[in-house]
Write a protein that binds this ligand. Structure first.
Ligand code: GZL
Length: 319
C-alpha cells in the first residue's frame, strides 16, 4: 500500500489495532496436569473439577491420564518439561520415586504443585505447595465413628480392611489414622487387610476372598474408598448376607454412589474426601505466575456423613 494509504488506514483503525497484540491479549498460562487415572467416582469428579476450573480461569490445560501407573505420570511430566509449560501439577499415584523427574522440572525452572496426594521426598524445594486432604484425619474420623457405634458392645469386633493403592498416601494414612483410634480398645481386631486398589471390581474380588476365609466372623468392613465398599456390598449380598446390618460398612470419599448405598441401608457411613480441588489449584497457579507467595500446605476442609443424614444431604452433593 502507498505510504499515504497506510497512514489513512492506520488513522481509521481502532486504537487497539495499532498496538502490538501482546499488550492486550495476555498469553494464557499453560498448565500441564498429570492425573492418576480414572479408577473411581472420586477421580472422575476430580478430573472434571480440574478441567472445568482451568476453562473458567482461562488457563490452557494440558491433561494426561496415567492409568494408575507411575511410569506414565513421569513420562507426562517429562513431556510438559519439554513443552516448557508454565506450571506442572500432578496427583502422585504413590509417595515415592519422584525425585529424579522433579529435579528435572526444577532445573527447567518449572514450578510444581502437588494436588490430592503427597510425596514422601525430604526435599521440599521440589514442589511449591500440596493441596489436598488430611488422610490421617479421615482415618481417625472413621475410627471414632466405629468406637462410638460399638460403645455398648463388649466384642470381639472383627474388622476386615480394603486398603487403597499400595504405597499411596491415602492408603498409608487412612490405615494409620484408623488404627490410631481403634487400638485404644482390644475388642477391635483387624483380622484381614488387603488392597483393592481403589476400584469397585477389585474391592468385590477381595471381599469375596475375605468372606470365603472368615464368613460370618466378619462384623465390620473398613474400605479406604467408596468404590471398593460398593464392590464389597455386591460380594456381601451374593454371599447371602445383609450389608449395613450383618456387616457394618465404613468408607471414605462421600461420592454419589455412597449416598445411594446409604439411602438403601447398605452402607453405614462415608467420610468426606473432596475431589473438588480445581478452583484452589487454578488460583494457586495464577498466584505462582504472579510471583505471589503460596502456603506450603493447603488442607481441604471435610465432613463425615452417617447413613441417617444421607437423604437430607444428597441434594447438596456436587460430586
Ligand atoms: C483421595 C484420592 C483417592 C480417593 C479414591 O484424595 O487420592 O484416590 O479416595 C481415589 O477414590 O481413587
Amino acid at each position: 500500500m502507498k505510504r499515504r494509504n497506510v497512514l489513512v488506514a492506520m488513522a481509521a483503525a481502532p486504537l487497539g489495532a495499532m498496538l502490538p497484540l501482546t499488550s492486550f491479549a495476555q498469553k494464557p498460562i499453560v498448565l500441564g496436569f498429570a492425573q492418576v487415572g480414572a479408577e473411581s467416582e472420586w477421580r472422575t469428579a476430580n478430573t472434571e473439577s480440574i478441567k472445568s476450573s482451568a476453562k473458567e480461569a482461562g488457563i490452557d490445560l494440558k491433561f494426561s491420564d496415567a492409568q494408575q501407573k507411575q511410569e506414565n505420570q513421569i513420562k507426562a511430566i517429562r513431556s510438559y518439561i519439554a513443552q516448557k509449560v508454565d506450571v506442572i501439577a500432578f496427583s502422585p499415584v504413590v509417595e515415592t520415586g519422584w525425585e529424579t523427574v522433579l529435579v528435572e522440572a526444577k532445573n527447567a525452572k518449572i514450578p510444581v504443585v502437588l494436588t490430592d496426594r503427597a510425596i514422601s521426598s525430604k526435599d521440599e524445594t521440589l514442589y511449591v505447595t500440596f493441596i489436598g486432604s488430611d488422610f490421617t484425619e479421615e482415618g481417625r474420623k472413621a475410627g471414632r465413628w466405629l468406637v462410638e457405634k460399638e460403645k455398648g458392645n463388649a466384642g470381639p469386633i472383627n474388622i476386615v480392611e480394603l486398603q487403597g493403592t499400595v504405597g499411596s498416601a491415602p492408603a498409608i494414612d487412612r490405615k494409620k489414622g484408623f488404627e490410631e483410634i481403634i487400638k485404644a480398645d482390644p475388642k477391635f481386631k483387624i483380622i484381614r487387610s488387603q488392597t483393592g486398589d481403589f476400584t469397585r471390581a477389585k474391592g468385590k474380588e477381595v471381599m469375596e476372598a475375605f468372606l470365603k476365609a472368615e464368613g460370618k466372623k466378619i462384623n465390620v468392613l473398613y474400605a479406604h474408598n467408596d468404590d471398593m465398599a460398593i464392590g464389597a456390598i455386591q460380594a456381601i449380598e451374593e454371599a447371602g448376607m445383609k450389608p449395613g446390618k450383618d456387616i457394618i460398612i465404613i468408607s471414605v470419599d462421600g461420592v454419589k454412589g455412597a449416598f445411594e448405598a446409604m439411602m438403601a441401608g447398605k452402607l453405614n457411613v462415608s467420610v468426606e474426601c473432596s475431589p473438588l480441588l480445581g478452583p484452589q489449584l487454578m488460583s494457586v497457579v495464577k498466584d505462582i505466575k504472579a510471583g505471589k507467595s503460596v502456603p506450603k500446605r493447603i488442607v481441604t476442609q471435610e465432613s463425615i456423613f452417617p447413613m441417617e443424614v444421607a437423604a437430607k444431604e444428597f441434594p447438596n452433593r456436587k460430586y
